[in-house]
Design a protein. Sequence first.
Length: 68
Amino acid sequence: MDAVTVSPKFQVVIPQAVRESLGLEPGVRMQVLQYENRIEFIPQRPARALRGSLRGIDTAVARDDDRT
């Protein structure tokens, strides 16, 4: 596990191995969440990146008779 230091401007550097494994590039926007006693950074991906991610999902849904 890598450790980082918070700069006087409250900046951190994401370790190279993590950047490479997530495919992060300069300028990527990150969503920042506080969860209990930790901080989570979640890369924001364009909606287009989700295209095809649900391929093969079962879309059959039981419906009430009045909803057909």
